[in-house]
Design a protein around this ligand. Structure first.
Ligand code: SAM
Length: 287
């Protein structure tokens, strides 16, 4: 797995989007101060399906169920019910960036809102960065931070930021042993922390890198503490690939054991479709 990364922009190696493609804008190619980049180790991954039209239309959960029943669209419907502009949202598994873009659309404005997105693969960070560049205007794009680190370390990265333009003054020191020093104060708290488990989709992607039960559960513990009251952790779990079934069952068992005075945990999924992914949602009760 890649080590945690905070790299001065000037020291960054050219990323996978540094080479112009026909018709590509200069904005999309420009290196960004708030993007953690690492030398590319594998070809850029392509391409999972993004949100469907029903999700993009702002549909409620029942609309999603009655149209396509897609699990990721169900998660998006829950986010829409919870998130407001100005919120903090966390994508624990950035992948190809579809979910990160969706979160950014919901929480970022000209001068408020923040998304922090994690992935352990440089190819995923690059793919998400490119999708954000294409989807967002510069002001909103600047409010999304990509972190090349495991979601198990998310508490280290969720401290309030002094500025959004390269001030790393209160960012974690990757050389310090911060495993023993988790930040107990993630700021205002996240409205949503989302997980989409499994491997990076795409023909060129390395499918041997998948989420793993141990670090997923560790990250979920952190995520549930990082939530603000009324916030939700969503997990899309897959049952059709090696390890996915076991991981999804472990997530459900973790959620089922949460204190019902603090959290309400739910499971959504289409049961009359083979190997349909499941949405596990953990809602933090309002105080
Ligand atoms: N949400 C993504 C999207 O919208 O395209 C799809 C995510 S993909 C199914 C799962 C991602 O989790 C992969 O890109 C993989 O590299 C990443 N991953 C695996 N282990 C991780 C970890 N410990 N921390 C953060 N990301 C991890």
């Amino acid at each position: 797995m890649a080590s945690p990364a905070r790299i001065p922009p000037a020291a960054l190696a050219p990323g996978p989007r540094e080479t112009p493609r026909p018709g590509e804008s200069a904005r999309a190619r420009a290196p960004r101060a708030n993007v953690v980049r690492r030398p590319r180790s594998s070809p850029r991954a392509r391409t999972a399906a993004g949100p469907s039209d029903v999700s993009r239309s702002g549909a409620h959960l029942e609309d999603v169920i009655l149209t396509n029943g897609r699990t990721t669209d169900m998660a998006h419907a829950l986010w829409r019910a919870v998130l407001r502009e100005g919120d903090l949202a966390v994508d624990a598994t950035a992948g190809n960036g579809w979910d990160t873009v969706e979160l950014a659309r919901l929480v970022t404005g000209e001068s408020s809102g923040r998304v922090v997105a994690f992935d352990v693969q440089p190819a995923a960070i690059a793919s998400t960065s490119a999708r954000l560049d294409d989807a967002l205007d510069p002001a909103r794009r600047a409010r999304v931070e990509l972190v090349l680190d495991s979601h198990a370390n998310m508490m280290r990265w969720l401290r309030p930021r002094r500025t959004l333009e390269g001030d790393a003054g209160n960012r974690p020191d990757p050389d310090s042993d911060s495993d023993s020093d988790p930040d107990p104060d993630p700021g205002a708290g996240a409205g949503v922390v989302c997980f989409n488990l499994g491997y990076l989709p795409g023909a060129d992607a390395d499918r041997s890198v998948t989420t793993e039960t141990g670090s997923t559960i560790e990250a979920l513990r952190a995520a549930s503490e990082a939530l603000r009251p009324g916030g939700v952790v969503t997990v899309v779990g897959y049952v059709g690939h090696a390890g996915g079934d076991e991981e999804t069952r472990a997530v459900k068992a973790w959620a089922a054991a949460l204190d019902p005075r603090r959290f309400t945990a739910t499971v959504h999924g289409v049961v009359n479709r083979i190997n349909c992914p499941q949405l596990i949602a953990v809602h933090k009760k309002r105080e």
